[in-house]
Design a protein around this ligand. Structure first.
Ligand SMILES: Nc1nc2c(ncn2[C@@H]2O[C@H](COP(=O)(O)OP(=O)(O)OP(=O)(O)O)[C@@H](O)[C@H]2O)c(=O)[nH]1
Ligand SMILES: [Mg+2]
Length: 204
């Protein structure tokens, strides 16, 4: 749940990058960290808790300060979960207090089962937190479009973007920063709209 702090005039919003192992979640945050330009010039440090082989062990965390809205400074906190199946308890912990989600899918044909399982795992973990995917703004990024064995977007939409309301989706090649900011801009815009329109804010 976003935190609106009247005293410091800050709005704090948590975005979690979710998806199967090796799909490119950490790469998205690295690219945002390397290329983000904020009005205040204030990007935070990227904190990564990774194993020696660069697999996320716990999470990555990147705070970014965005524009002021109605006099409130907006702070986005970007997190990634570890995609490896065994780290589910950690994924549940990272999801606590989530406001918006970027689901990163791996476009390679042979990763489709993992994509679908990870998406189902996201829905299950939200349910365990008494949250419902239908109530949380999220977008999908079809990453690794540069690889020759990438499945067609239509097929991936059919597998992953097939709920009553289709969500915005983006093609990505995160290691080249393609699609990274398009994805981030959309989820932040969806979240800001939600909070601007919300009638009963939660005060900190
Ligand atoms: N070809 C290609 N490689 C990519 C792309 N995005 C990321 N990678 C590579 O894929 C590998 C895994 O990327 P990560 O960002 O560490 O994946 P992750 O989703 O954080 O993985 P976990 O932490 O294990 O869940 C790295 O070697 C990246 O350089 C892409 O769009 N295309
Ligand atoms: Mg990672």
């Amino acid at each position: 749940m976003a935190i609106i702090n009247q005293a410091t005039k800050e709005l704090q919003v948590k975005i979690v990058y979710y998806g199967p192992a090796m799909c490119g979640k950490t790469t998205n945050l690295v690219q945002v960290h390397d290329h983000v330009q904020t009005a205040a010039g204030s990007k935070g440090k990227l904190v990564s808790l990774a194993t020696s082989s660069d697999r996320t062990l716990f999470f990555d965390f990147l705070p970014i300060e965005a524009m002021s809205i109605k006099g409130f400074k907006t702070k986005f906190q970007l997190y990634t979960v570890p995609g490896q199946v065994i780290y589910n308890t950690t994924r549940q912990l990272v999801l606590r207090g989530v406001d918006g989600i970027v689901f990163v899918a791996d476009s390679q044909y042979e990763k489709m089962t993992e994509n679908v399982e990870s998406f189902q795992n996201l829905a299950d973990n939200l349910k365990a937190l008494k949250l419902n995917l239908d109530d949380i703004p999220y977008v999908i990024q079809y990453n690794k479009r540069d690889l020759p064995n990438a499945a067609p977007i239509e097929y991936m939409d059919f597998l992953l973007n097939n709920r009553d309301v289709q969500v915005p989706s983006f093609s990505g090649a995160a290691h080249k920063c393609e699609g990274v900011f398009e994805t981030l801009n959309m989820i932040t815009r969806m979240l800001l709209n939600k909070f601007i329109n919300r009638s009963t804010p939660q005060y900190a």
